[in-house]
Design a protein. Sequence first.
Length: 111
Amino acid sequence: MMNRSIVVEGVVTPDGSLELRSKLPLPVGRVQVTVEPIPEAPKPERFWKLMESIWSALRAGGRVPRTKETIDAEVHALRQEAEVEMEAIEKLEEESLQNRKRSEANDKPGA
């Protein structure tokens, strides 16, 4: 006999019986049932209450959220910094190419 497990969701009813969400793809016969509770997903209102308590604690601790203007200025500064870095990389790459060409020209016989 093949020993294959099937996992299906179900609900324990108030009278203690088990209702399965779908039919079992097994032949008629005896089975062994193991039941494990599925943790309940947090309810949206619980999530937002938790977030509000976190934000409240942060405010009570003196935390001031950044403004849109501050965030935009930081993003702009990061982009400017990245642009300067890219220009430096391009300049270094061009210098390396020129040095390689000079080196190859000097390595040729008769140069």
